[in-house]
Design a protein around this ligand. Structure first.
Ligand SMILES: [Fe+2]
Length: 279
């Protein structure tokens, strides 16, 4: 089987800023961090849209320092207090918006009840996977892959930060699922690798962060939410809940998504000009 490397041998490059917030973060990363004193990084967080591209690109770049970092960026920025202070302001703005969007929660519901509820799919669902199954052109399918690539090329990594924060059966169960996400010990079966192979088969760039300059805030915010849950011990319950709900609800959507893809790929003979092929 032909396997495409999920990541190039070079580090990702910093994205292009999308506004004053992301410019504040990206510009400062080109410098050497101060190691002996705190230098605050000023940015207009209070004036920013908490769902906007500028804020989410800034937050994404901050979080990426905990994953693979960027070419030419000093790894010491990962724990720079000035940057962490700015990141905390971005997180508060985002978390406030998420909390408002979710509304009140039923604090009497058990985890088992919550999982039972999401284990049943309605027959008349809606969302991207239904659209892709029923209507999407090949261009739209490719666009969907591009948007999803930010997460799937680092699939399972944000949740893995939660592992040291669990114990007993919860840790064992969590790691058992993660073991499958990481290919069960086989590099070619890493889910990150499988998505990279899918991107290559769809004539797309499968390099890590290859499309960070192309995706909207929605694609970045979904990953930022996972990173925020994973990196904060205070949110370990949210990290586990997010992981469980993703694992429970994603298989039917993946099946819907792969159905038209297969037919379109067949129509396109897998190598034809994808942009001119639609279903
Ligand atoms: Fe997966």
């Amino acid at each position: 089987m032909k396997v495409t490397l999920a990541t190039p041998l070079t580090d990702p490059v910093l994205p292009v800023a999308a506004g004053p917030l992301s410019a504040s973060v990206i510009d400062v990363l080109a410098e050497r961090p101060h190691r002996r004193h705190l230098t605050r990084i000023n940015a207009p967080v209070i004036d920013s849209d908490p769902w906007g591209l500028d804020l989410h690109l800034a937050l994404y770049v901050c979080y990426e320092l905990h994953y693979r970092g960027f070419h030419g960026v000093d790894p010491a920025w990962e724990w720079n207090p000035g940057l962490l202070h700015l990141r905390a302001q971005l997180e508060i703005a985002f978390l406030d918006a998420v909390t408002e969007e979710i509304g009140s929660l039923d604090d009497q519901a058990s985890a088992a009840e919550a999982m039972d509820e999401i284990s049943v799919e309605s027959g008349d669902g809606e969302g991207p996977s239904y659209y892709i199954r029923d209507k999407a052109t090949w261009d739209q399918v490719q666009e969907y892959f591009v948007h999803r690539s930010l997460y799937h090329l680092k699939e399972a990594d944000p949740h893995a930060f939660a592992i040291p924060r669990l114990r007993g059966q919860a840790k064992a169960s969590f790691v058992a699922v993660e073991f499958d996400e990481y290919g069960g010990g086989r590099g070619e079966n890493l889910h990150q690798q499988l998505f990279a192979d899918l991107m290559a088969a769809a004539d797309l760039d499968n390099s890590y962060l290859g499309y960070i300059d192309s995706v909207p805030a929605e694609a970045l915010s979904a990953v930022n939410l996972m990173s925020m849950f994973g990196l904060h011990r205070a949110f370990r319950g949210a990290a586990v809940g997010h992981f469980a709900s993703t694992e429970i609800t994603s298989p039917p959507g993946s099946a819907r998504t792969s159905s038209p893809t297969t037919s379109v790929r067949t129509t396109c003979s897998c190598t034809a000009s994808a942009s001119t092929c639609s279903r």
